[in-house]
Ligand binder design. Structure first.
Ligand SMILES: Nc1nc2c(c(=O)[nH]1)N[C@H]1C(S)=C(S)[C@@H](COP(=O)(O)O)O[C@H]1N2
Ligand SMILES: [Mo]
Length: 235
């Protein structure tokens, strides 16, 4: 089994993210995904409608930028490419060329993905994992899964898809002129705008090698708990 550079396999699939100090968000009785941004008319698609779109299964590893990889996850859902062509594109404004897609979650989390990356063949809106409906740890009722990019792109609890005609601003990209204003913590967690795992695009400003041991130290407790959890689940 080959993992991308700087990644190590973990036992189990930890719940992870910038949200860990909060419980997973409450899910509405009839959840919807809002399609907004550069569309003629914003609209809401019931999450239940994912069952009526062409279904796709995908077995893939999941790579967090902090260095852990959960291996051989079996996702099921709708290919984002098919979703985009069938559901989103018909309502896009013809005068507004789309460059990026923002994915928002019920917990307020969001990721901004280059359209080209979002349309990659292995990107899914997943509502099932390992043969079960997605649970709240891993993004119920549905989440984005983009295995070729670090986990922070894969927004959980998906409730909003926003079409954009421009990418992140300079501040988001971490342009050199803003460097002085950044604290160490925000520097470390700056997100690379493409986050391709095989290119090790961990951070827009820093090379990957000094980040690896820092991330490793920060996430050891979570990995330990995840491994213990999955050992207990097997008993
Ligand atoms: N809504 C939401 N999605 C999110 C996050 C989050 O905090 N909230 N964290 C991201 C990060 S950094 C990672 S590594 C993965 C973790 O997914 P998991 O909790 O299923 O392991 O979710 C991503 N998607
Ligand atoms: Mo992550």
């Amino acid at each position: 089994m080959t993992l991308p550079p700087g990644q190590h396999a973990v036992d189990g699939f930890p719940r992870f993210g910038t949200h860990l100090h909060h419980p997973p968000p409450a899910i509405p009785a009839d959840p919807v995904i809002e399609i907004t941004g550069a569309v003629a008319e914003p609209f809401a698609l019931p999450v239940a409608d994912l069952a009526t779109l062409p279904r796709r299964q995908l077995t893939a590893d999941f790579h967090c930028v902090a260095g852990w990889s959960a291996t051989q996850l079996r996702w099921e859902g709708v290919a984002f490419d098919a979703f985009y062509r069938q559901v989103v594109e018909p309502s896009a404004r013809p005068d507004a060329p789309i460059t990026h897609v923002a994915f928002g979650g019920l917990d307020g989390y969001a990721s901004l993905v280059l359209l080209e990356d979002a349309l990659a063949a292995d990107v899914l809106i997943a509502d099932r994992l390992d043969g079960h409906a997605l649970d709240s740890d891993h993004g119920a009722p549905a989440r984005l899964v983009s295995p070729g990019q670090y986990g922070y792109m894969s927004t959980k609890h998906l409730c909003r898809i926003e079409l954009r005609t421009a990418g992140p601003d300079r501040e988001h990209l971490g342009a050199a002129s803003t460097l002085a204003r950044l604290g160490l913590r925000s520097l470390l967690v700056k997100r690379h705008p493409r986050a391709r795992v095989w290119k090790e695009e961990r951070n827009p400003l820093l090379p990957a090698w000094p980040l690896r041991p820092i991330y490793r130290l920060l996430t050891l407790p979570i990995e330990y708990l995840s491994a213990r959890g999955s050992r207990e689940a097997r008993k």
